[in-house]
Design a protein around this ligand. Structure first.
Ligand code: MG
Length: 249
């Protein structure tokens, strides 16, 4: 009886597939969410980070002059109290200068929000290398979401090795080593992008090989490109940044 029912279900599945009932459906964002494993929580130490002498300072606490809006024109985010804060719905910002391989330092702070704000809707922003490869920014202390979308995730590609998050309202650091992808003259990928990330001084991504640009829906893939800006995401939340500097490698 059970066996017959299984067979009937299998036949039905086959019929639905061949009739195009499933094949016609669009990909969903949920299909690329990975919820296990949950990275172990590690309490970080103190992480000082003054710019070294050969760094290019991208934000010094006073001016957003090195940044522009991806929608055109100057960056419209708020500069106050030494921080650069998302002005919701003004759009992402990116550096005017373009970069290849870099060491990047930045500090970020997510806002303290009411408890009903959950998952991806809690202090969401992001740091995109070459505008395409996102290291997720999120309030990830006691805020369950898909593991490949929490703070320090290479969005929907790599879960952080551990969760080194500090509470919302506190400044946190990212130290990122990015090796840009290389492309052949015909546009084919020669070598993929690589990312190493320290979150609050703790190694959370160890030289991972990216599968392409990070994407909300569907599978990542590469499209040939050259050097590009570092982009910060306006996800509609009041996330702040400070002490942003980069070293070309
Ligand atoms: Mg994000």
């Amino acid at each position: 009886m059970v066996c017959d029912m299984k067979r009937a279900a299998a036949v039905l599945s086959l019929l639905m597939l061949t009739s195009g009932v499933w094949a016609a459906s669009d990909p969903k964002p949920e299909e690329t969410e990975v919820w296990e494993p949950v990275p172990k929580l590690v309490r970080p130490g103190v992480t000082p980070a003054q710019a070294p002498a050969d760094a290019i300072v991208l934000f010094d606490g006073k001016s957003s002059a090195n940044w522009e809006s991806v929608n055109g024109g100057e960056a419209k985010w708020t500069v106050a109290n030494g921080a650069l804060t998302v002005a919701p719905d003004t759009g992402d910002i990116r550096t005017k200068e373009h970069f290849g391989d870099v060491q990047l330092h930045l500090e970020w702070r997510t806002p303290v929000l009411p408890a009903d704000k959950k998952g991806q809707d809690r202090g969401n922003s992001g740091v995109f290398l070459q505008e395409l490869y996102e290291v997720q920014v999120l309030d990830s202390l006691e805020n369950r979401t898909y593991s490949n979308g929490q703070a320090g995730a290479i969005y929907k590609q790599y879960i952080p090795l551990v969760n080194a998050a500090k509470p919302a309202g506190e400044w946190q650091t990212y130290d990122i080593v990015f090796i840009a992808p290389r492309f052949e003259k015909n546009g084919e990928l020669r070598s993929p992008a690589r990312l190493t990330v320290f979150h609050n001084g703790v190694l959370i991504q160890n030289n991972v090989e990216l599968k392409g640009g990070t994407t909300y829906i569907g599978q990542p893939k590469y499209t040939a490109h050259g050097d590009a800006g570092i982009r910060l995401q306006d996800h509609g939340h009041l996330v702040s940044f400070r002490n942003i500097w980069v070293r070309k490698l």
